[in-house]
Design a protein around this ligand. Structure first.
Ligand code: XLS
Ligand code: CA
Ligand code: CA
Length: 444
């Protein structure tokens, strides 16, 4: 019995459709701003949440129906998950996936067995990819679950743990390269601290950078041309994660001279945990030239933790797609649904509904973001707001043709500056008018 046997092939039927297994906004082949929707959005399946997670929470056991034909042998189970994942991606038209070594292959009883299991699973996945459009968006290594990582991985106080983590990263890089991956993610799982009373912060940062440098040297040496990403998150599991937010990551990458190889993988839920909007993190990354990839999900602002919900908020997805379009779109990156169904949504069909929700939210966001750009009122407003830098003293400032003495003379002779309104409410009204104009049908 196929795991997703109750999920039919999901097609675009338009916004009026009431078919729960149809896309209302995601029309893969539709052209938006000169590119197909699927090329803009590059949706990816997250292996851990989709194929593995059972719904455990701190107060309860697994709830999810995740029985892959009763398979219990770890390798057979892992392969059954591959079969189910490829069936699912085919049905939903998802052309990318992301994985951690640990969700693809069983741990085994030794490090050697772990490496061997991963190699065997990679071969299985590679053969499964043949003849399909499905590609690997990015790979990563789980250096946080096992108790040996209680003090961190690259930032552990134990050098033996560093060596173990390096081995895992090396093998996950091999797997990523073997599968033609376009990216490799470092999310600093337990790279942070609980208390500074027991922490050598300087050494931990240095060692973290050492790990990243070794990874770059190793992968580039094997001809890897893809991106490396750091994925910021402010807290959870540790109280303070070193990769707190985009700004903190940029400072780290600059200090350790890693800017040439690394970009940022921005997760919506991590942005809000850091006290930022998703749009803020995207804007900062594009402003500093490190926009790379996106983990598309959403948190619950009433809860202080990482809920990893499927994105449903179309206001946020519109502003996110606005930033992504302005950044020139994805190159190696894409939209990975690092999101899980709620614990009570335990059937395989719920996974399909969840992905349809997420894909439609971002398709809607793409259409509306493009309309916002075409409408031009926001861009025009911003251009006008800063127009004082186009002529006169403003032009001299941005062309670096002035100094304090000159500016003082100017200010003294010109008196009180004349200001104009920031018009926030007007602009929010523009966004709403585009969002609610009802224009989203296929123009094919
Ligand atoms: C956890 C992270 C993780 C990374 C990959 O919060 O989002 O899933 O994306 O290790
Ligand atoms: Ca993530
Ligand atoms: Ca998360």
């Amino acid at each position: 019995m196929a795991f997703f046997e109750n999920v039919p092939k999901v097609k675009y039927e338009g916004s009026e459709s009431t078919n729960p297994f149809a896309f209302k906004f995601y029309d893969a082949e539709r052209e938006v701003a000169g590119k197909k929707m699927k090329e803009h959005l590059k949706f990816a399946l997250s292996w851990w949440h989709t194929m593995v997670a059972g719904g455990r929470d701190p107060f309860g056991d697994e709830t999810m129906a995740r029985n892959y034909d009763g398979k219990t042998d770890p390798m057979e189970l892992a392969k059954a998950r591959v079969d189910a994942a490829f069936d699912f991606m085919d049905k939903l038209g998802i052309e990318y996936f992301c994985f951690h070594d640990a969700d693809l292959a069983p741990e085994g009883n030794s490090l050697q067995e772990r490496n061997d299991n991963l190699k065997e699973m990679v071969a299985y996945v590679k053969q499964k990819m043949q003849g399909t459009p499905i590609q690997l968006l990015w790979g990563t290594s789980n250096c946080f679950n096992h108790p040996r990582f209680m003090h961190g991985a690259a930032t552990s106080c134990e050098a033996d743990v560093f060596a173990w983590a390096a081995t895992q990263v090396k093998n996950a890089l091999d797997a990523t390269i073997e599968l033609g991956g376009k990216g490799y993610v470092f999310w600093g799982g337990r790279e942070g601290y609980e208390t500074l009373l027991n922490t050598n912060m300087g050494l931990e940062f240095d060692n973290y950078a050492r790990m990243l440098k070794m990874a770059v040297r190793y992968a580039r040496g094997k001809g890897y041309k893809g991106d490396f990403y750091i994925e910021p998150k402010p807290k959870e599991p540790t109280k303070h994660q070193y990769d707190f937010d985009v700004a903190t990551c940029i400072a780290f990458l600059e200090k350790y001279d890693l800017m040439d190889d690394f970009k940022i993988n921005i997760e919506a839920n991590h942005a809000t945990l850091a006290g930022h909007t998703f749009q803020h993190e995207l804007r900062l990354a594009r402003t500093f030239g490190v926009f790379g990839s996106v983990d598309a999900n959403q948190g619950d602002l009433l809860l202080g933790w990482d809920t990893d919900q499927f994105p449903s908020n179309v206001y946020d997805s519109t502003l996110a797609m606005y930033e992504i379009l302005k950044a020139g779109g994805f190159t190696n990156g894409g939209l990975n649904f690092d999101a899980k169904v709620r614990r009570a949504s335990f059937t395989p069909e719920d996974i399909a509904y969840a992905y349809i929700l997420g894909m439609d939210s971002f398709a809607f966001g793409l259409i509306k973001a493009q309309q916002l750009i075409e409408d031009g009122r926001i861009d025009d407003f911003v251009a006008k707001k800063y127009s004082s830098y186009e002529t006169g003293i403003g032009e001299k400032i941005v062309k670096d043709q002035t100094d304090f003495a000159d500016l003082e003379q100017y200010a003294l002779s010109h008196g009180e500056p004349r200001l104009s309104s920031g018009r926030q409410e007007y602009l929010e009204g523009v966004v709403n008018s585009i969002l609610l104009n009802g224009k989203f049908e296929s123009e094919r």
